[in-house]
Design a protein around this ligand. Structure first.
Ligand code: KIV
Length: 263
């Protein structure tokens, strides 16, 4: 079973961490079989799996449902679960109750929260103190979409760079075991990575972070468009469409099922 110590060891040894965000049994199984270091059950499932235009509608129950499937597919992988919008935004008590429910019901190993408000820092401290590791998430934090006014690169001005650097330090001091840096300039991600003792995990943050994370569906090229920071390692969308069209044609023209598929 991979555990949290791999994060610290990787940083110490200068070895890169590989993470994938995914939401179901079969993709989690493929990740584990490929030796991916950790899986995030990201609330990006609200967009990628459910077809919403933001992550905001995702519920705690939905995160639990998907994480149970991921755990079955990846029984030996370190699993982090995104705390969805409004599951940790009212009080520390509610956040603790909700994070506890996620861990108890899914056997995931850690949770992720976005931002570094006073409340998030307190939650990070409390969760860590009761044995729930917390991953932070800074830069383009999708739960703040209505404040940012779109999915835009963050940390472009000196002022916002200092703010994000300070937030990263605050999260580390509050006990976070790692921080995701999303859509920020490489130079900022490098500075944060060199400043923190805990590992940084980048997505659209350049090559200097301690690890990288991509959404499974982006990496395999399932959809026509992907953000600039994604490398499409496969054009699975095209291949799947070709297979579906071939199936349709073969059923229509009587080629499928053949004798070899019949009893
Ligand atoms: O929800 C998610 O998948 C994420 C990653 C992209 C970091 O937060």
């Amino acid at each position: 079973m991979k555990d949290i110590t791999q994060f610290f060891r990787a940083k110490e040894k200068g070895e890169k961490l590989t993470l994938i965000s995914t939401y179901d049994y079969w993709s989690a199984k493929l990740c584990e079989e490929s030796g991916i270091d950790a899986i995030l059950v990201g609330d990006s499932l609200g967009m990628v799996f459910q077809g919403n235009d933001s992550t905001l509608p995702v519920s705690l129950e939905e995160m639990i449902y998907h994480t149970k499937a991921v755990r079955k597919g990846a029984p030996n992988t370190f699993i982090i679960v995104d705390m969805p919008f409004m599951s940790y935004h009212t009080t520390v008590e509610e956040a603790v109750k909700n994070a506890g429910k996620v861990i108890k019901e899914t056997s995931a190993n850690a949770v992720k929260v976005e931002g570094a408000s006073d409340l998030v820092l307190e939650i990070t401290q409390r969760l860590t103190s009761i044995g729930i590791p917390v991953m932070g998430h800074l830069g383009l934090t999708p739960q703040f979409i209505n404040i940012f006014g779109g999915y835009k690169v963050q940390g472009k001005t000196e002022e916002s760079q200092s703010k994000i650097l300070q937030q990263a330090k605050d999260l580390e001091n509050a006990g976070a075991f790692s921080v995701v840096l999303e859509a920020v300039p490489s130079k900022l991600a490098k500075d944060i990575t060199q400043t923190l003792k805990i590992p940084t995990v980048g997505i659209g943050a350049g090559k200097y972070t301690d690890g990288q994370i991509l959404v499974f569906h982006d990496l395999i090229g399932l959809f026509e468009k992907t953000p600039k920071f994604v490398k499409r390692y496969l054009e699975s969308g095209k291949l799947i469409k070709q297979a579906l069209v071939k199936y349709k044609d073969e059923v229509k023209n009587g080629q499928f099922p053949g004798e070899e598929h019949s009893y």
